[in-house]
Design a protein around this ligand. Structure first.
Ligand code: P53
Length: 479
C-alpha cells in the first residue's frame, strides 16, 4: 500500500464542472443565449471559438452539444447526492450569466435563474459540500457580444459589476469561495469562447485581446473588492490554465523561449495576484505598438484588490523551442506544444506528466506566495460501460493517483500551501475543446453520446469508490 503523509486538515477534496458543459436547458426559465451555446461540435468548432468564423446563432446542419448536455439543470439533486456519497468536501460549478441576466445589460436579474443556483447551493450544504463558484466559465450573453462586442468594450465592467453584486448579495452565507474568470489566459487562445471576441478582417488582434484582458482584469479586481465589502468571509481567487513550459533542450535560446511562453500566461496572474502590470508586459505592448486604454482609477483598483488565492487547471506540462523548424506538436490541445518524448499521451494527445504538477505548484508558489487551489485535473478518455453502466476505469485512477502523489510531495516535502483539489468533470460532461461527450473525465458515467442520444442515466465507475476512499482517508490511502 502506498502510504502518504496526510493532507492538511480541512483539505477541500472534490470535483469540478462548468454550467455550459453540464446544465443543458439552454432556453429554460428565461435563460438567454450565450456564446457557449452556439459553438457546435465538428470541424468549424475551433475557428468559431477562436473568433475567426462568425456564428452568432444556431445554424442548420450543425449539432450544438451544450443545448442539452447532461441536463444537470433537471438532475442536480440526484447528481449532488452522488457527490455527497463520495464524500466531497467541495463542488466547483459555474453560474450561467445569461440565466441571471438573460441579455446581460438589464437592471434587474431573472429570479428563476437565481432560484436555481440557490437550490443547488442548498443541496450542496445538505451533504456538507462547500460550493466553489466560478462566476464566469467562458460564458458571455450573446446580446452583449452582438451589441457591445463582448469584453473589448469597457461597458462590460458595469454589467459584470451588476452580476457579481447580485450574486454576492443573494448567496451570502451560502457561498464563500469564488473564482472571477475561468482560465483567464484563454482569452489569448480561444477569444470567442473565452471573452466573446470576434475579429473583423484586418483588425489588430493583439490590441483587441489585450484591451479585453485589461477589462477582465479590472472587472476581476472590482469583483474582489465588492466580494470583501459584502461579506468579509468571501475568498476570491483567480484562475489560470497552467502547465509549466520546459525548454526543448538546454540551448539558452530554448530556455528563453520557454520563459517567454510562461510569461504570456503568468501575465494575467501577475496582475491579479501582485496588483500591477509587470514591466515585461508593458515593454511587450510598446514593442507591438499596442495602446491599452486605461481609466485613471484602474491601476489603484488593481493594486488594492489582489486575489486571496491562486487557482489553476493542470492537465499537462508544455515544451517550447526556439527552433522554427520543429513542428512535431501535440495534438488536440488549444495550447500548441512541442511533443515531449519522455511522456505518454492520452487518447486526445494530451501528455501525462504528474511531476509537472509538482513543478507547476512550486513555480506558482515561488512566484506569488498565495494559497493555491487546483481546480481542474484529470484524464479525458473513452469509457466502455458494461450493461449496467459500470466502467472499469483503472487508467483514470492511475492518472489521478500519480497526480495526487506529486501534489502530496509539493505540500509535505516542498511546503507549498494548497487549499484543495477538484478533479475536472467529476460527472461526465461535454468537452470544451472538442464538444465531444465521448471525452469523459468523470467518476460518474452519463449515458449520452456525441450526437445527443442516450437515456442520461447516471452510473458509478470504478473510480467512484476509489475516490471515496481517497477522500475518507484524507489522501493517505490512494491504492
Ligand atoms: P476538454 C483546453 C481546451 C479547452 C479548454 O478540456 C481547456 C483546455 C485545457 O487547458 O480548459 C479547461 O474539455 C476548461 C474546461 C475544460 C477542461 O479544460 O477540452 O476550463 O472547461 O473542459 C478540459 O477536454
Amino acid at each position: 500500500m502506498t502510504e502518504l503523509k496526510p493532507f492538511p486538515k480541512g483539505f477541500l477534496w472534490g470535483g469540478a464542472t462548468a454550467a455550459n458543459q453540464c446544465e443543458g436547458a439552454y432556453d429554460v426559465d428565461g435563460r438567454g443565449l450565450a456564446n457557449v451555446d452556439v459553438v457546435p461540435i465538428g470541424k468549424d468548432r475551433f475557428s468559431i471559438i477562436a473568433g475567426q468564423k462568425k456564428m452568432f446563432d444556431f445554424e442548420d446542419g450543425y449539432f450544438y452539444p451544450a443545448k442539452g448536455s447532461i441536463d444537470f439543470y433537471h438532475h442536480y439533486k440526484e447528481d449532488i447526492a452522488l457527490l455527497g456519497e463520495m464524500g466531497f468536501k467541495t463542488f466547483r460549478l459555474s453560474i450561467a450569466w445569461s440565466r441571471i441576466f438573460p441579455k446581460g445589460d438589464e437592471l434587474e436579474p431573472n429570479e428563476a435563474g437565481l432560484q436555481f443556483y440557490e437550490n443547488v447551493f442548498k443541496e450542496c450544504h445538505k451533504y456538507g459540500i462547500e460550493p466553489l463558484v466560478t462566476i464566469t466559465h467562458f460564458d458571455c450573453p450573446m446580446y452583449l457580444i452582438e451589441h457591445y462586442g463582448g469584453w473589448r468594450n469597457r461597458e462590460m465592467i458595469t454589467f459584470y459589476d451588476r452580476l457579481v453584486r447580485t450574486l454576492f448579495t443573494r448567496f451570502k452565507g451560502l457561498v464563500k469561495y469564488w473564482l472571477t474568470f475561468n482560465e483567464i489566459n484563454m482569452i489569448l487562445h480561444a477569444p470567442f469562447m473565452g471573452a466573446g471576441l470576434y475579429f473583423e478582417e484586418g483588425e489588430n488582434v493583439d490590441q483587441v485581446k489585450y484591451q479585453a484582458a485589461h477589462h477582465e482584469l479590472v472587472a476581476s479586481a472590482l469583483a474582489t473588492k465588492i466580494a470583501h465589502e459584502i461579506d468579509p468571509e468571501n475568498k476570491v481567487g483567480c484562475m489560470l490554465a497552467a502547465g509549466q513550459y520546459y525548454p526543448n533542450t538546454c540551448n539558452p535560446n530554448d530556455y528563453w523561449k520557454a520563459m517567454q511562453e510562461d510569461r504570456e500566461n503568468y501575465f494575467f496572474i501577475d496582475v491579479q495576484a501582485r496588483g500591477e502590470y509587470p514591466n515585461y508586459a508593458k515593454k511587450k505592448f510598446e514593442r507591438l505598438g499596442l495602446d491599452i486604454e486605461m481609466a485613471a482609477e484602474d491601476l489603484t483598483l488593481l493594486k488594492e484588490n489582489t486575489v486571496d488565492f491562486v487557482s489553476f487547471s493542470y492537465y499537462s506540462s508544455r515544451v517550447a523551442s526556439a527552433d522554427p523548424n520543429l513542428t512535431d506538436t501535440t495534438a488536440g490541445n488549444i495550447f500548441a506544444s512541442i511533443k515531449n518524448p519522455y511522456l505518454e499521451s492520452s487518447e486526445w494527445g494530451w501528455q501525462i506528466d504528474p511531476l509537472g504538477l509538482r513543478i507547476t505548484l512550486n513555480q506558482i508558489w515561488d512566484r506569488y506566495q498565495k494559497p493555491m487551489f487546483i481546480v481542474e485535473n484529470g484524464l479525458g478518455a473513452v469509457d466502455t460501460p458494461d450493461e449496467n453502466g459500470y466502467v472499469a476505469d483503472d487508467y483514470r485512477i492511475d492518472y489521478l493517483r500519480e497526480h495526487i502523489k506529486t501534489m502530496n510531495a509539493a505540500i509535505n516535502e516542498d511546503g507549498v500551501e494548497l487549499l484543495g483539489y477538484t478533479t475536472w468533470g467529476c460527472i461526465d460532461l461535454v468537452s470544451a475543446g472538442t464538444g465531444e461527450m465521448k471525452k469523459r473525465y468523470g467518476f460518474i458515467y452519463v449515458d449520452r453520446d456525441n450526437e445527443g442520444n442516450g437515456t442520461l442515466k447516471r452510473s458509478k465507475k470504478k473510480s467512484f469508490d476509489w475516490y471515496k476512499k481517497v477522500i475518507a482517508s484524507n489522501g493517505t490511502d490512494i491504492d
